[in-house]
Design a protein around this ligand. Structure first.
Ligand code: UDP
Length: 360
């Protein structure tokens, strides 16, 4: 591990973006990834039988309004123009999210015009019926607590509109990479100054960065694994939500007619069903096949050994995070980031933006 100028620990979206930047600056960059493959939770697997790109860690749709981020990713991949829509199933009926005219009129059997929406929703009886139907059950399954006990910013991720626009995101750029997500990482990391080593876990022990029994040379380390894990959980574990997925292959062309259906009732044990072939409508041959792959998603409290997905933001976790951040700040040459390192509910574009904004 000599002849290296910088180490990037974690080859997710934050680490891979940084690695590329370092290499383009002429720095010899060693990327150490703890899994057997790069890409973090954006990693996909293509089913060899059907050619369907399966999002191994749940659906990822790239969307951004940050011009620098859009420009950056488009240097490496071309996007297919997919526009994300999410349907919601409640008591046996299917509705269009987000919170807009399609959902409101579909649910209440009304024919409201855009100008009538604010007045209608100001009536507590309406807003709470809608909230109970589409947010209470889903949120309690997703977060293991009632919506009143989670940070309001989480639910505010879902757009509210007084129109029939059913695009799930407000961003002006959106899509799925044409060659699949893995090609984004393959191309980001394909540089003569980047060396990638997988199945390598970095920790900080006895005043040094270690990979197994070996100490890393005294060079800058950009770490995007869980910050508590880096320090051997010495102050305790940061709380996460983890996910479990059940994947099913079916010999039919189409199961649900769309990529994601949320199941908003508390009685249904899973939160949503993903059907991946819908992310690539341009793959006409795959779309036409009498084969599809669906994945049911279940949310649970994280315990050590599980994959962390969603940070649980509350007063206690903020305190614990501060303790770990103070520990990290004592280490010269260490920068921590990404969803796991920063312990933030980042979308992919925010992770890239964070990596692009670091001064190197
Ligand atoms: N949410 C909900 N019902 C839905 C969709 C979302 O209650 O049908 C709430 C839930 O608390 C969720 C949050 O809104 O965690 C953010 O939703 P988003 O779709 O952005 O979640 P993600 O796709 O990142 O898991």
């Amino acid at each position: 591990m000599t002849n290296v100028d910088v180490v990037v620990a974690g080859a997710g979206i934050w680490g891979s973006t940084l690695a590329r930047r370092f290499a383009e600056k002429g720095m010899r960059t060693l990327v150490l990834e703890r899994r057997s493959a790069v890409g973090g939770n954006v990693r996909c697997e293509t089913d060899p039988e059907s050619g369907i790109e399966v999002h191994t860690y749940g659906s990822h749709i790239f969307h951004t309004s940050i011009p620098e981020v859009w420009q950056f990713v488009n240097r490496f991949v071309t996007f297919n123009g997919y526009q994300h829509k999410v349907l919601a199933r409640h008591k046996g009926k299917t509705y269009f999210l987000p919170l807009g005219l399609a959902l409101i009129n579909g649910f209440f059997g009304t024919e409201l015009k855009p100008s009538e929406v604010p007045g209608f929703m100001a009536d507590e009886a309406h807003s709470s019926r809608l909230f109970d139907a589409f947010f209470r059950g889903y949120t309690s399954k997703q977060w293991g607590r009632s919506p009143e006990d989670i940070d309001p910013s989480i639910i505010k991720r879902v757009p509210v509109r007084a129109s029939y626009d059913v695009n799930y995101f407000n961003d002006c750029n959106q899509g799925i990479p044409l060659g699949g997500y893995n090609s984004l990482f393959d191309r980001l990391l394909d540089h003569p100054l980047i060396t990638v080593k997988c199945s390598q876990r970095v920790c900080f022990k006895g005043g040094a960065f270690m990979v197994g029994p070996d100490a890393l040379p005294n060079i800058p380390v950009y770490y995007s694994g869980p910050i508590d894990e880096l320090f051997g959980y010495k102050f305790g574990e940061l709380p996460w939500r983890t996910l479990r997925f059940e994947t099913e292959k079916m010999n039919i062309a189409d199961y649900q007619g769309t990529s994601v259906v949320n199941y908003t009732d508390a009685e249904v044990p899973y939160t949503r069903i993903h059907e991946f072939k819908h992310y690539h409508p341009e793959q006409k041959d795959v779309m036409a096949l009498e084969k599809t792959i669906v994945m049911r998603e279940y949310s649970a409290a994280w315990k050590r050994g599980d994959e962390p997905y969603y940070p649980v933001d509350n007063a206690a976790s903020r305190l614990l995070l501060e303790a770990y951040q103070a520990e990290a700040a004592k280490i010269k040459n260490l920068v921590v980031g990404g969803r796991l390192g920063a312990y933030r509910y980042f979308d992919m574009d925010k992770s890239i933006a964070a990596a692009l904004s670091i001064e190197i």
